[in-house]
Structure formats: structure tokens, C-alpha cells
Design a protein around this ligand. Structure first.
Ligand code: COA
Ligand code: NAP
Length: 270
């Protein structure tokens, strides 16, 4: 990147920050001087992330917490606040996904994704607000499914549409406190769990999903992190309530191609 960001002394909390895109965001902050706390459900993921982030030599904390449980989310903020002080950057990125036709989803199958993606984001926002520093940057990780209907993704489309609107409403309500709230909508990102679940069997080097992206390739986790750096910097001081795609130019085409790959999966015996 030919732009330098410096987050020395800033305090960053990333929910779901122990793998994939969210871990890359956590690492980008850690590499630029921030104290970074990550939280997710599995102790093994938390420990591995803490070890990886610690390489940068800045303070790191890891917490086992499930965003579906607001109390466990609140405990993370309380621990960070008492150890480091108020939070300058808050990222909410925990999510769950699988391909399933709406008619095959049980009540609990629909609910589990809404609980993690949407209710979990609300919990992170609701429990986090009182611990935010003046001028804090809040970033929710959404998905293009919030805007684009996709087969086998009724649960995700519904949940992420809620995340987009929650982002916009909180930008209205929190603007008066100087807090900016934005969302990033990644396109297909190479090497991630999210993409693997959506397009199993896709060849990242040449198949239709890749060719469907106007820029001709999948994105990288670092490219999503770059946008998070911008949104948390003074260069974005007047950006709030924005849902920003980072998708190589065309989520609609990419999702249609991925949907096609999913169609084959969904018709295969399970
Ligand atoms: N098709 C249909 N229903 C499914 C399903 C699938 N592929 N996978 C899970 N479900 C249903 C389950 O059957 C269950 O419903 P039931 O109680 O009526 O049987 C419900 O979803 C909850 O499943 P469970 O495995 O108990 O949930 P969990 O809390 O352990 O895990 C998930 C949550 C299902 C979202 C799991 O995939 C997960 O942990 N994902 C995190 C990683 C991820 O998805 N990364 C990509 C982010 S984009
Ligand atoms: P990932 O690697 O599976 O990351 C998900 C993270 O969330 C993990 O750290 C996971 O850790 C944690 N998590 C899951 N459920 C949780 C819960 N209930 N409570 C707390 N933490 C939980 O996924 P990814 O592909 O990088 O996706 C990250 C984000 O980007 C998601 O919001 C996703 O919707 C979005 N996105 C991804 C793509 C893509 O191409 N990958 C495209 C569009 C949008 P534990 O298992 O330890 O809990």
C-alpha cells in the first residue's frame, strides 16, 4: 500500500477477529501500532490469533466470547476498558454462513445466522457504545447479500440487510457524540471460509466466479483491511453511515456466478 496509516496508541476491538477477513483487519491495526483485542467462540482460534498478532510487538488481548450472548460481549469491553481505556476502533465481523434452500431451513437454521450476524452485531454495538472514545470509528462487516437476493442465502440476505440498516441508524444516533459508524461489504475474498462455503470446488485461478469479477480476480483479506484503515483514519473524518463495497467492481455478477456453483452443490445429495 502506498498510503501510510499510523494507529500508535489507539485501542482496537475486533469481534470475530480470530480468522479470515477480521483477523487481517486486526493484524493491520496491530502492525500499525495499535493495541488490539480480538474475540470469538473457540479458545484455539483466540490463542492462535493472539500469538500471530503479538509478533508486531504491540499490546494484544484475546477473549472467548459468543456475540449471541450480550453478557459475554459486555465482559470483553469491560476488560479492555479497565486495562487500556476507551475503545478508538470497534469492528464487528462475526458471522455464520452455509448454503441452504429456504424451504430446507429449520427455524433454528434461519435463526442461528440471524442471531450471529444481526443480533450479534446489535449486541456488540449496544454493549460497546458506552466504552467508545470520543471520535471513535465503528465498522460493521456486512456482505453484498444485504442488497442482492441470492438463492440458498435467505438467512444471510435477511441478516446482513439488517446489519446495513443498523449501521445507518446508529450513524444517525451516534453522530452527535462524534462517533462514526460505517460498514464494509466485501466481495469474494480469496482463501476465506466465507468464500469456501459459498463456492465449494471453485478454482480460484480460472473459473467463472473469478472471471465474473470486473477486476478479474478475487480480493485479498489485506485489501479489506486497507479499507478499514482508511475508515478509521482522519482521512475518513466526514464518512459515516456509509456501506462501502470492496468487491473488484461487481458483486452482482460475482454472486450470480457463485450462486450457479451453489446450485450444483444444493442439487447434490448431502
Ligand atoms: N443446511 C441447513 N441447515 C443447517 C446447515 C446447512 N448446511 N448447517 C447448519 N444448519 C442448521 C442446523 O441443522 C441447526 O438447526 P436444527 O437445530 O433445526 O437442526 C442450526 O442450523 C444450528 O446449527 P448448529 O450447528 O447447532 O449451529 P452452531 O451455532 O454450532 O454453528 C453455524 C453456527 C451453523 C453458522 C456454523 O456453520 C458456524 O459456526 N459458522 C461459523 C463460520 C462461518 O460460517 N464462516 C463464514 C462466515 S461468512
Ligand atoms: P471466518 O474466517 O469464518 O471468520 C468468522 C469469524 O467469526 C471467526 O473468527 C469465528 O471464530 C467468529 N465467529 C463465528 N461465530 C461467532 C460467534 N457466534 N461469536 C463470536 N465470534 C464468532 O469468515 P470470513 O470469510 O473471513 O468472513 C468474515 C466476515 O466477512 C463475515 O462478517 C462475513 O459475512 C464477511 N464477508 C466475507 C466474504 C468472503 O468472501 N469471505 C464476503 C462478504 C462478506 P470462532 O469460530 O472461534 O467463533
Amino acid at each position: 500500500m502506498d498510503v501510510q496509516f499510523d494507529f500508535s496508541g489507539r485501542r482496537v476491538v475486533v469481534f470475530g477477529g480470530t480468522s479470515g477477513i477480521n483477523l487481517a483487519i486486526a493484524e493491520a491495526f496491530a502492525a500499525r501500532g495499535a493495541a488490539v483485542a480480538v474475540a470469538s467462540r473457540k479458545r484455539s482460534n483466540v490463542d492462535a490469533a493472539v500469538e500471530r498478532l503479538g509478533v508486531h510487538g504491540n499490546p494484544v488481548r484475546g477473549f472467548v466470547a459468543d456475540v449471541r450472548d450480550m453478557e459475554s460481549v459486555a465482559e470483553v469491553f469491560e476488560a479492555v476498558r479497565s486495562e487500556w481505556g476507551p475503545v478508538d476502533v470497534l469492528v464487528s465481523g462475526a458471522a455464520g454462513n452455509f448454503l441452504a434452500e429456504a424451504n430446507e431451513l429449520s427455524s433454528n437454521g434461519f435463526k442461528v445466522v440471524v442471531d450471529i450476524d444481526l443480533n450479534g452485531t446489535f449486541h456488540v454495538m449496544r454493549a460497546g457504545f458506552e466504552h467508545l472514545a470520543p471520535g471513535a470509528s465503528v465498522i460493521n462487516i456486512t456482505a453484498p447479500q444485504a442488497m442482492i437476493p441470492v438463492r440458498y442465502q435467505a438467512h444471510v440476505c435477511a441478516a446482513k440487510a439488517g446489519v446495513d440498516q443498523l449501521t445507518r441508524v446508529l450513524a444517525l444516533e451516534w453522530g452527535g457524540k462524534g462517533v462514526r459508524v460505517n460498514a464494509i461489504a466485501p466481495g469474494p475474498i480469496a482463501g476465506t471460509e466465507g468464500l469456501a462455503r459459498l463456492s465449494p470446488g471453485d478454482d480460484p485461478n480460472g473459473d467463472r466466479s473469478v472471471r465474473s469479477v470486473p477486476l478479474g480476480r478475487f480480493g485479498t483479506t489485506e485489501e479489506i483491511a486497507d479499507l478499514a484503515m482508511f475508515l478509521s483514519s482522519s482521512a475518513a473524518a466526514y464518512v459515516s453511515g456509509a456501506v462501502i463495497p470492496c468487491d473488484g467492481g461487481g458483486s452482482f455478477e460475482s454472486l450470480r456466478a457463485i450462486e450457479e456453483a451453489g446450485r450444483f452443490l444444493a442439487s447434490a445429495p448431502r
